[in-house]
Structures are given as structure tokens and as C-alpha cells.
Design a protein. Structure first.
Length: 250
């Protein structure tokens, strides 16, 4: 039986570590999911599809229902533009947002500084700012032949994570396979959020290298992102409860 008040990691409950990807196309479908799952999922991830079609209405809806928002727009631009985007994101009262670590030190620092300064100015809690290291859709061949980086993927991920930390970011988004290296390189307080998580026996969909929720926590993940295994389940509440139960075993 799931015990939704059990603290599992760094003082947080399992559901505060569980992020549901709201990969749907409209406000109505998003709202239905939030209504159904808000007692079992702490954070709702709003990505570019939903945000581009519905804008800040989605963020207000999640916030009003007591959920936290992870704004997954992966900003990547010149430092001044990303600074502006980070200011706007912070003003929305979200829990976390992300930027591409490949945008470099100056760009990341501009975002981290902007989030801090605006939160102080508005007297709101600073959103966590996470760096996207290398997308899991990019493999060794693409990294070398297309992007022109002649480095091992895992090494490059750790390099970018360290750069993100030095620029003042709170953590990174990374695949479950990369957690250990990042933890070793960036320490215990650095946040690691990982997608590519599948409960045992679930369909992998297009995810290739997956871990179960418990394995991801054991490797050192702080937050896990899960979409289809909950959204597409016959009974999404039961699916979420099963995941929490597994996380609580950690
Ligand atoms: O449905 P599923 O559990 O695969 O959803 C995972 C979510 O995490 C999706 O929103 C996907 O875009 C996101 N994500 C990912 N891999 C990355 C970065 C983000 O699966 N490397």
C-alpha cells in the first residue's frame, strides 16, 4: 500500500519527486490529468507543445490546483535573450525550468542570476534552474559526425554538468545511465532529474535505455519524469500509486 506521507529522499515525499509529463495538446486534457493525479504527483511538466498552444493558462491552472510546474522549454540563445526568458519564467511562479547547458557558461549564468534576482525582487521562491546536458536522442555517432564533438557521450555529459554547476545552476536533466558520473562529478547537493524511467514490465515506447523508478533513485536521481506509463494507463491513478510505492521502497 502506498503511504503518500512517507519521506524518501532529502526531506521530500515520493510524490514531490514524481514529475508527470503533460504531453497533451490542450488545456482541457491537461486539466483532466491534473484533477485526477494531483494527490499522487507533485510536479507537472509543461513542454513546448502544450505551452505553445495554451500559454500561461496551463501554468495558472496547475498552480491553482496546488501542483508545481516544471516549465520544460529548454531555452538556448544568446545570454541576453535567455536572461529575459529566465526573468519571464520566474515571474510565472513556477517550480523549475530548464535551459541547454550547451549554450555555455555565460548563458547559463545569465539565467541563474536572473532567476535569483527576480525572485528576490518579487519576494517569491526561486525556481530551480536545470541544464539539459545532451538529449538522449543524440547518440555517440550523432555527437561526433553531426555535431562535431569528438568526445564520449558520458564524458561530455559530465563536462556539461560541471559547467552548469560552476555557472550557478541547481542541477541538470540527464538520462538514468548518466546519473552516477554526474553525482560523482558534481556532488550530492546537485539536482539530477531524469526521464527514461519505466516501471518494471511496462512498455518502453520509444525510450531505449531505461531504468525503473527505484533503480533511478538508487543511482542518485532526485526527480523522475514519467509520461506515457501514467497517462496511457487504463487507470492512471493506480499506475501513479504503483510508481510511488516502488519509489518508497528506495
Ligand atoms: O512518456 P515518457 O515517460 O517517455 O515521457 C518522458 C518525457 O520526458 C517526455 O516529455 C520527453 O519529452 C521528456 N524527455 C525525455 N528524454 C530526454 C529529455 C526529455 O524523454 N532526454
Amino acid at each position: 500500500m502506498v503511504n503518500i506521507s512517507k519521506v524518501i529522499k532529502k526531506g521530500l515525499l515520493a510524490r514531490e519527486r514524481l514529475v508527470l509529463a503533460l504531453d497533451v495538446d490542450g488545456l482541457k486534457s491537461a486539466e483532466e490529468l491534473v484533477n485526477k493525479l494531483k494527490d499522487y504527483v507533485g510536479i507537472f511538466k509543461v513542454g513546448s507543445q502544450l505551452f505553445t498552444s495554451e500559454g500561461i493558462k496551463v501554468i495558472d491552472m496547475v498552480n491553482q490546483k496546488g501542483g508545481k510546474v516544471f516549465l520544460d522549454l529548454k531555452f538556448h540563445d544568446i545570454p541576453n535573450t535567455v536572461k529575459g526568458a529566465a526573468e519571464s519564467a520566474t515571474k510565472l511562479g513556477i517550480y523549475m525550468f530548464n535551459i541547454h547547458a550547451s549554450g555555455g557558461y555565460e548563458m547559463m549564468k545569465a539565467a541563474a542570476d536572473a532567476a535569483r534576482e527576480i525572485s528576490v525582487k518579487l519576494n517569491i521562491k526561486k525556481p530551480l534552474v536545470l541544464g539539459v546536458t545532451i538529449l538522449t536522442s543524440i547518440n555517440q555517432k550523432v555527437l561526433e559526425k553531426e555535431i562535431g564533438v569528438n568526445k564520449n557521450v558520458k564524458e561530455h555529459v559530465v563536462h556539461l554538468a560541471k559547467l552548469a554547476k560552476s555557472a550557478g545552476l541547481d542541477g541538470v536533466v540527464a538520462s538514468p545511465q548518466e546519473i552516477k558520473g554526474i553525482r560523482a562529478g558534481c556532488g550530492d547537493d546537485f539536482i539530477i532529474l531524469t526521464p527514461g524511467v519505466r516501471p518494471a514490465g511496462e512498455e518502453l515506447n520509444d525510450q531505449k535505455r531505461v531504468m525503473t523508478p527505484k533503480q533511478a533513485l538508487e543511482q542518485g536521481a532526485d526527480f523522475i519524469v514519467i509520461g506515457r506509463p501514467i497517462r496511457n494507463a487504463k487507470n492512471p491513478v493506480k499506475a501513479a500509486k504503483n510508481i510511488l510505492e516502488e519509489m518508497e521502497e528506495y
